[in-house]
Design a protein around this ligand. Structure first.
Ligand code: SF4
Ligand code: SF4
Length: 453
């Protein structure tokens, strides 16, 4: 796909090169003169000194730009150029469902039988055109118990298409724009083939990517109606179709994810309304909404070398937890399943003493549903830590790569049984609390040495 077939959303003519975007950026915070120089380098395609190696892909700069030039998409274009030149680091394979092994395939050997049944039902579901589809998505798939078995699912036909790549939402944030273009075409063909009319996404990011990014930047318009699950739930609660029986009486602080900042903050209010309805008292962090810090995921987008990626990610996640702890809240709540898995890994590795919930867990607890919290979550965090450790080890012997395929080679290969003996040995060790403590300590010693920021 040539660059000219996509629409470049950064508006070079509108940009005055004022530098305000990179000056106000909560991560870079460049002095204004350096910010101006950096934006000129980015516009001219010259070697970046700051943005491409430190940006957390958080979307905030678009909200700071008074000229509406979309500097965020300029950074994405430059990452796309970098990907064309040198490819992606081998560790990235773990979030690519068509590369093997990947996180979904590796997790398949670690999940419980109950989870395996849910996932199989979602993966192999055969929806009819009149059904309202619920896109479980690649990241909710990692924590299926946050929705599996819930009465919320009665409203939908859940489907779990890992090679839909969340519509390309997380690749978009890494600047893999040419790949997202291909995903847009594939997903359109799949949805049209199903004959779907109404689609609800568990991630706000996924609703946005289908509704806005695909038609605006990828030239692919979907014919379906999209909604996000938080909006859907709030409406059902306001109509008294879903009853919140329990007042949770919990002090919480809210993590606004990167995609929540799109279109001037389209996704900020609904989760807060849901939390209040569940009886939560909100204590806001220092950086919220348009200034919110990333969960850490975005640090992977501005990778400098392969081995540093997990350390950079956890280091950025550390800032989020420090702000959350400073509020004095009982719990940190995220309304993004993508953030959830990295926040849980960060919480366990850095041993933070604050509860961590996905908003669906809060709603379900308030509905009176039973969850095995926090045991399921802690176990899954260590599954994820195991997978990242395993993949980091094998990536040391691999080279940069290009995402050549966006569809599975073999049907549903993430569900095919494989042995992965080393993976299982590492995971077995993490069954022992002492091994978790030692590993966390070791990670914290290495982090200042190996992080790049
Ligand atoms: S993108 Fe906007 S804020 Fe950034 S330099 Fe251009 S005009 Fe200024
Ligand atoms: S996306 Fe976020 S981290 Fe990156 S330059 Fe913009 S404001 Fe800064």
């Amino acid at each position: 796909m040539s660059k000219s077939e996509r629409k470049i959303y950064f508006d070079e003519n509108a940009c005055t090169r004022c530098g305000v975007c990179l000056n106000r950026c909560p991560v870079l915070s460049l002095p204004i003169e350096k910010a101006r120089e950096e934006i000129i380098r980015l516009v001219e395609g010259k070697k970046s000194e700051y943005a491409l190696s430190a940006c957390n892909t958080c979307f905030s700069c678009n909200l700071y730009c008074k000229a509406d030039a979309h500097p965020y998409q300029l950074i994405l274009e430059r990452w796309n150029d970098q990907y064309r030149d040198i490819g992606a680091p081998p560790l990235y394979k773990f979030v690519c469902p068509t590369e093997f092994p990947n996180i979904w395939q590796l997790l398949n050997g670690l999940i419980t039988n109950k989870e395996r049944i849910w996932i199989k039902n979602w993966v192999y579901s055969k929806p009819n055109s009149n059904d309202t589809l619920l896109l479980i998505g690649n990241y909710t798939h990692l924590f299926p118990f946050i929705i599996g078995g819930s009465r919320i699912l009665d409203y939908f036909t859940p489907i779990d298409l890992i090679d839909h790549w969340e519509g390309g939402a997380y690749l978009y944030q890494g600047g893999f724009l040419d790949v997202v273009q291909r995903i847009a075409e594939k997903t359109k063909a799949d949805f049209d083939n199903i004959g779907a009319r109404k689609i609800v996404a568990t991630l706000d990011a996924v609703e946005y990517i289908y509704e806005v990014v695909h038609p605006r930047e990828m030239g692919v318009k979907h014919d379906q109606e999209f909604e996000n699950l938080n909006e859907f739930l709030l409406k059902k609660i306001e109509l008294d179709e879903i009853t919140l029986k329990k007042n949770l009486n919990l002090d919480v602080t809210v993590h606004d994810n990167c995609y929540s900042k799109v279109e001037g903050g389209k996704y900020w209010d609904t989760p807060r309304k849901l939390l209040k309805k569940a009886g939560c008292n909100i204590k806001e962090m220092k950086h919220i909404k348009k200034d919110s810090l990333c969960c850490g995921f975005g640090a992977g987008a501005s990778w400098v070398n392969n081995i540093s990626i997990p350390f950079d990610i956890i280091y950025e996640g550390k800032k989020k937890f420090e702000e959350a702890l400073a509020t004095g809240a009982d719990a940190l709540v995220t309304y993004c399943g993508g953030c959830l898995y990295l926040l849980w890994a960060t919480k366990e590795l850095l041993e933070y003493d604050i509860e961590l919930f996905h908003i669906l867990e809060i709603v379900r607890l308030s509905m009176g549903e039973k969850l095995n919290y926090p045991e399921d979550n802690i176990n899954r965090a260590w599954d994820i830590i195991t997978i990242i450790t395993y993949q980091l080890l094998i990536s040391l012997f691999q080279r940069n790569f290009y995402i050549s395929k966006i569809e599975y080679d073999e049907k549903k290969s993430s569900l095919q049984p494989k042995k992965f003996i080393l993976l299982k040995i590492i995971r077995r060790l993490f069954d022992f609390k002492i091994m978790r403590k030692i590993y966390s300590r070791f990670f914290r010693i290495l982090m200042p040495i190996l992080k790049t920021r």
